[in-house]
Design a protein around this ligand. Structure first.
Ligand SMILES: [Zn+2]
Ligand SMILES: [Zn+2]
Length: 357
C-alpha cells in the first residue's frame, strides 16, 4: 500500500470527526429519551382542570331544556301561522264574494234592511275576529319564545364567565408548570455543559480529543436544544440576557486565547534561532515548505525576480537561506554530499543523510 501522508492525514481527520459525531449522536439520543421520560412524569395543566364542571353541566342542561321548549313552541307557532293563513284566505274569499254580490244587488234594489246582507257581513266579521284571536295567541307564543331565549343567553354568559375565571387560573398554573420544566432541565443540562466546558479547556491536546469533542458537541446540543427553548420568556428579558452573557463569555475567551497565542509567538521569536529550529515539528516544516513560508514567523522566503539581479550566468537564487524577518536558518548544505536542503525536514533529498545538526 502506498503511504501518502497527506491522504492519511485527511483520512484520519475524517475518521476522528466521524467518531466525534457518532458519539455525540448517541449521547443526544440517550438524553432525549431521559428528557421525554421526565416530561411524561410532569403533566401539563389543561384549562378544563380549573372549570367547575358540574356548574357548567347545569348551565348546559338548562340551555338544552330551553332549546327543547323553543323547539316545541316553534312547531306550535308554525301550525298557528298556517291556520291564520287559511282563515285569512277564507275571509278574503268571503269578502270578495260579498262585495261582488253587493254590487249586483246595488243595481237591483236598496241594500238597507236586507237580512241577507247583514248575515253575510256578520260572517266576514266573524272570520276577522277568529283571525285576530289566532294572531293574539301567536303573539303570546312569540313572547314566551323570546323570554326563554333570553334566559338561555344568560346561561351562555354564565358559562363564559366560568370559563374566563378558569382560564385565569390555568395561565397562572401553566407559568408555574413551565418554570418547573425549565428548572428540571436546568438541573440536568448544567452539569452536562460544565463538563463539556471543562473538557474543552483541558483536553484539546489529548490523543482522545475526538471522544472529548463528541461529548462537547453533545453538551452544546443539550444546551441550545434541551434548555434554551424552555427558558421562561418574561417578555424576552431572560433570553436576551442569557444571549448577552454568552456573548461576553465567548468574547472574553476568544480575546484571551488570541492574545495568548500572539504572546507565545512573540516569545518564540525572542529565543535563539538554533533553539527555534529544534522546536519546528516535521508536520509544520512540511506545510511551511509547501507554502514557502518561514516555519517560525510565517513570512514568505521566496525572492522576487527584481530582488535577485542576475549574476553573470550563475543560477539566480530564488529562496533566502535565512529568513529575512526572524533570522531563522532555512536552507543548508548537506554534511555528506553538499546538496542544498530545506533544513527543517529530517533527511537530505539527495543522499538521505540526516539534516539535523
Ligand atoms: Zn522567519
Ligand atoms: Zn546529502
Amino acid at each position: 500500500m502506498e503511504l501518502n501522508s497527506k491522504k492519511l492525514e485527511r483520512t484520519s481527520k475524517i475518521v476522528f470527526f466521524s467518531i466525534s459525531v457518532i458519539l455525540s449522536i448517541f449521547l443526544i439520543l440517550l438524553t432525549d429519551n431521559i428528557m421525554s421520560d421526565i416530561d411524561s412524569v410532569t403533566t401539563s395543566p389543561m384549562p378544563t382542570d380549573f372549570e367547575n364542571a358540574s356548574l357548567i353541566d347545569n348551565y348546559n342542561k338548562d340551555i338544552a331544556r330551553s332549546d327543547d321548549s323553543i323547539r316545541i313552541l316553534s312547531i306550535k307557532m308554525e301550525r298557528l301561522t298556517k291556520t291564520i293563513e287559511t282563515v285569512v284566505m277564507r275571509r278574503e274569499a268571503e269578502k270578495e264574494s260579498f262585495d261582488n254580490w253587493l254590487s249586483t244587488r246595488n243595481t237591483i234594489g236598496s241594500p238597507t234592511n236586507d237580512v241577507e246582507v247583514l248575515a253575510r257581513a256578520r260572517k266576514v266579521d266573524e272570520l276577522l275576529k277568529v283571525e285576530q284571536e289566532w294572531q293574539s295567541q301567536l303573539a303570546v307564543l312569540e313572547d314566551s319564545v323570546s323570554q326563554i331565549a333570553k334566559y338561555r343567553d344568560v346561561n351562555y354568559i354564565k358559562i363564559d364567565e366560568e370559563r374566563q375565571r378558569a382560564n385565569e387560573l390555568y395561565f397562572v398554573a401553566l407559568r408555574k408548570y413551565d418554570l418547573k420544566v425549565f428548572l428540571i432541565r436546568l438541573l440536568i443540562v448544567t452539569p452536562i455543559l460544565l463538563i463539556g466546558i471543562f473538557f474543552f479547556l483541558r483536553f484539546r491536546r489529548s490523543k482522545y480529543w475526538p471522544l472529548f469533542q463528541g461529548y462537547i458537541i453533545f453538551s452544546l446540543y443539550a444546551f441550545f436544544f434541551g434548555l434554551v427553548p424552555y427558558l421562561p420568556s418574561y417578555g424576552g428579558y431572560v433570553r436576551y440576557s442569557v444571549g448577552i452573557i454568552l456573548s461576553l463569555f465567548a468574547g472574553y475567551y476568544a480575546i484571551n486565547s488570541i492574545r495568548k497565542y500572539l504572546e507565545m509567538k512573540k516569545k518564540e521569536l525572542e529565543i535563539s534561532s538554533q533553539e527555534r529550529a529544534r522546536n519546528v515539528q516535521t508536520e509544520v516544516a512540511e506545510k511551511s515548505l509547501h507554502n514557502h513560508i518561514c516555519p517560525s514567523c510565517g513570512k514568505d522566503f521566496i525572492l522576487k525576480t527584481w530582488e535577485s539581479p542576475s549574476d553573470g550566468g550563475k543560477p539566480i537564487p530564488v529562496v533566502t537561506v535565512y529568513c529575512r524577518y526572524c533570522g531563522l536558518e532555512l536552507f543548508s548544505n548537506c554534511d555528506a554530499c553538499g546538496h542544498k536542503n530545506f533544513l527543517h525536514l529530517p533527511y537530505c533529498s539527495n543522499c538521505g543523510h540526516t539534516t539535523k545538526k
